[in-house]
Design a protein around this ligand. Structure first.
Ligand code: NAP
Length: 343
């Protein structure tokens, strides 16, 4: 086993779009587990858009990071050694262990440790994507907030990603018509051919709103919004009366650089459509993780819920992979492979 620990720390606060040079890769001493603690060996690191705001102290409950701080991050890990009553060597867990190879946890609430059942017949990495926080977000928004009806039209943005892709597939499993919006033809191909959506529109095409209209001949009943900004206004124009909008993410605004000129929404069209705006925060649903897994694991096993991953192959590549995510170049769940599944 490695005798040192590689961490990714903040080098400087990013301005606007993050750059790889905003981060530094540092070798530190291998941590040791003491009484009441366990040593986790991180295998997969999840990269998520909220991290951009978390680093800057703009995301719920996350303190602004300073240079030298390890970057926030959730990992799937193997317990290597344990002096904690609830965890034993060989257990797989998901926990908030940051961008690094090893982490010592005392199992406190802040570490959000969750034991993983490795016998579900699904890839371990899925516990950071379709069966993890992004999937729970999608399930909560579809099942608990929007509850789209049979034959209704369900539109979702960032549709190739883990939240959007899972949301559309769950809506489809409930009998809705799923239409994606994504940022490239390749992403749309995945959304339709792999995820099984009924249609997908590339919003980088000049006439994308006309294409959306053609893909939604009966109008939009539910819009699951992962993007915010002008796209929300454009889709609201096509919302049916009393339609629902799940306000899930604002990824078009997270980088907030000099080029983010968006100044807010005109609320008139939301009133005109009598729209129901449904704010979603996944933390409200963590206690329902088992209910979510019970509903969604069978869909994965029956190949009715598919996912795509965008992997980097070492911890050293985490900074550039995050830059890739925050500029929309990822296709599917952004993950960093830190080590092998078995030590
Ligand atoms: N409310 C909650 O509790 C909660 C929980 C988890 C996630 N979320 C939100 O859900 C959304 C999707 O998350 P995810 O993990 O599934 O991410 P994701 O889809 O893997 O990645 C983000 C995607 O957003 C799009 N994007 C990135 N930068 C953009 C920009 N500047 N302008 C417009 N689009 C941009 C890109 O897709 P395109 O190429 O298709 O544009 C990119 O691939 C995010 O907004 C995230 O913050 C919310």
């Amino acid at each position: 086993m490695s005798v040192s620990n590689i961490q990714v720390q903040l080098a400087r606060q990013p301005e606007g779009n993050p750059k790889a040079t905003d981060f530094q890769v540092v070798k530190t001493a291998m941590p040791k587990a003491g009484p009441g603690q366990f040593l986790a060996r991180n295998i997969y690191l999840s990269l998520d858009p909220y991290m951009r705001g978390a680093i800057a102290g703009r995301h719920m409950g996350h303190q602004r990071l300073n240079p030298g701080d390890v970057i926030y991050g959730r990992c799937l890990a193997e317990v290597m050694e344990s002096q904690h009553a609830d965890y034993k060597a060989g257990d797989y867990v998901v926990l908030e262990s940051g961008w690094q190879q090893f982490y010592v946890s005392d199992g406190a609430a802040a570490d959000e440790v969750r034991k993983i059942d490795a016998g579900l017949g699904v890839p371990l990495s899925a516990h950071l994507g379709a069966l993890g926080m992004p999937g729970l977000t999608a399930w909560a928004g579809v099942e608990k907030l929007a509850n789209p009806g049979l034959g209704s039209t369900f539109v979702v943005s960032a549709a190739a990603g883990p939240v959007g892709g899972t949301a559309g597939q769950i809506a489809k499993a409930k009998g809705a018509r799923a239409v994606g919006i994504a940022g490239s033809d390749e992403k749309c191909r995945i959304v339709v051919n792999e995820y099984g959506f009924d249609a997908c529109v590339n919003y980088k095409n000049k006439n994308w709103t006309e294409e959306l209209k053609a893909a939604c001949p009966n109008g939009v009943d539910t819009y699951f919004d992962n993007v915010g900004g002008p796209m929300l206004d454009a889709v609201t124009q096509q919302l049916n009366l009393y339609g629902k909008i799940v306000l899930c993410g604002l990824v078009s605004q997270y980088n907030r650089g000099a080029d983010s000129a968006f100044n807010g929404h005109n609320l008139g069209p939301f009133v005109g459509k009598r729209a129901q705006l449904l704010g979603l925060v996944v933390y409200d649903y963590y206690a329902r993780m088992n209910e979510f897994l019970k509903a969604v694991v069978p869909l994965v096993n029956a190949k009715r819920l598919k996912f795509h991953e965008d992997r980097a192959d070492s911890i050293e590549k985490a900074p550039e992979h995050f830059v890739r995510l925050m500029s929309g170049q990822n296709t599917g769940k952004a993950l960093v492979v830190i080590g092998p599944e078995k030590a």
